[in-house]
Design a protein around this ligand. Structure first.
Ligand SMILES: [Zn+2]
Length: 439
């Protein structure tokens, strides 16, 4: 009898199933980009191109960073404890000096940081020279969505000032070049409503609908931003979007902190999505996530880019849990206001939905093979009474052993397969020593 061949066979391992229960003593076959079969007995009649000894590993769906900034990758450590507004004082001036070389280095470093931290999918909030970032991300093998930084009003340096038509053209150009290329998509974006004219806001939402993709904006992040639409349009930000016919199920509201109950009801009504960035949000406010989830609003987590505490979603999940418990849990004497299973689902399954993926974000037969393994043979993880709780409480990015995206190994035994880590580290050291990028 001929043995059947698959791409990857992970033998004698354990995994986190769709109900967030740990299943032990299984083998997992991956082929053609999907999780083909999960065996409870050793599959003897099966050959594989790659065989992984899965003993001591716990496999789970990859994490999705629903809001990050490739264009701020070289700002790590630059904003902590800085006075407001860091966006106008630090982020924007830096982004206005980006070059193609800096963006290629930024994307390489961001991809490396994500892969090594167990992130398999991401949504970039938008910057400049995104075509250069896209070329690197295609090579990285990550699943991701990219955007152009879209602003047509405000006081900007000349290098990034654009008219409404120029912004729309830049968004279209990125979409035409990279949507569907490799594992990439292109989303339309509004950087923030304060920096977008009503014309650009409405046109961007329409473009996303016409092109069957998504659009995103920084939403309800600061009081000043909420006050802007209240003062200029006598409406809160989400209400203003609705008034422009720019609110639908293709919309992703990044941050989503200061949402009124009427705004949450509007998001629910249209099926829009929300992404919180816990570390970044701590200095701004606490979102009403229990209510968002109760309403069935698909809510995900993001890092807000490496300048806000790095690209590890393991950190974000712990901070999210702490903030939810300190604010909503203690207020109502509810210790399980945001359980570990819910948070893991938010960072995996919900993240994949926000990325617009179907049959993804769950480790299940027939689903896309976007999965990571945690090396459980470590002092901080072994001998636990509850692996799911320990995943949330104790696992950090360095515990991720392997990463598979769309059925392809991006990292094996912590060795990244798709990028030249040594060269990127050397480039990064050189950049921080001299301010120059060498390639
Ligand atoms: Zn952001």
């Amino acid at each position: 009898m001929n043995k059947k061949e698959v791409d990857i066979l992970i033998k004698n391992t354990s995994y986190l199933d769709e109900n967030f229960q740990v299943k032990e003593h299984v083998s997992i076959a991956v082929s053609d980009g999907t999780i083909q079969k999960i065996y409870t007995e050793n599959p003897t009649a099966l050959q594989a191109v790659d065989i992984i000894d899965g003993s001591g590993l716990l496999w789970m769906p990859g994490l999705v960073d629903g809001h990050m900034h490739t264009g701020q990758q070289l700002l790590k450590g630059a904003v902590l404890d800085e006075l407001p507004m860091i966006w106008t004082r630090i982020m924007l001036p830096f982004e206005s000096t980006l070059t193609p070389e800096k963006m290629r280095l930024s994307a390489g470093l961001a991809a490396l940081e994500m892969i090594k931290n167990g992130t398999t999918g991401f949504i970039d909030a938008g910057s400049y020279y995104m075509e250069e970032a896209a070329k690197v991300y295609v090579i990285s093998g990550l699943r991701g969505a990219l955007s152009h930084s879209s602003m047509d009003q405000g006081n900007f340096p000349d290098s990034i000032r654009q008219t409404t038509q120029e912004v729309l053209k830049s968004q279209d150009r990125l979409y035409d070049a990279f949507h569907g290329k490799g594992n990439l998509k292109v989303f339309y974006s509004l950087r923030a409503l304060m920096n977008c004219s009503p014309e650009l806001t409405a046109a961007t939402a329409q473009r996303a609908l016409d092109r069957n993709t998504f659009y995103q904006a920084h939403m309800n992040e600061y009081a000043g931003e909420v006050n802007y639409t209240l003062q200029n349009y006598q409406m809160r930000p989400v209400e203003y979007l609705e008034s422009l016919n720019a609110l639908n199920n293709r919309f992703i509201a990044a941050h989503g902190i200061m949402l009124s109950s009427h705004e949450r009801a509007l998001l629910e009504k249209v099926g829009a999505k929300v992404v919180h960035c816990p570390f970044s949000n701590c200095g701004k406010g606490v979102p009403n996530t229990p209510d968002l989830l109760e309403r069935g609003i698909c809510t995900g987590l993001g890092t807000d880019g490496t300048a806000h505490g790095g690209l590890s979603l393991w950190n974000e999940m712990k901070i999210f849990r702490s903030v939810m418990n300190a604010f909503w849990g203690t207020g109502n004497a509810d210790p399980a206001v945001m359980p570990a299973r819910t948070i893991l689902k938010i960072a995996t399954e919900n993240g994949s939905k926000i990325l617009g993926e179907e049959n993804c974000g769950v480790l299940k037969e027939g689903y896309k093979a976007d999965m990571i393994s945690v090396n459980w043979r470590q002092p901080q993880l072994l001998a636990t009474n509850n692996k799911v709780n320990t995943l949330l409480e104790c696992v950090v990015g360095n515990d991720i052993n392997d990463s598979i995206v769309n059925g392809k190994l991006l990292m094996r035994n912590r060795q990244v397969q798709t990028l030249d880590e040594e060269k990127l580290m050397w480039q990064a050291e050189h950049y921080f020593a001299t301010g120059e990028v060498i390639e």
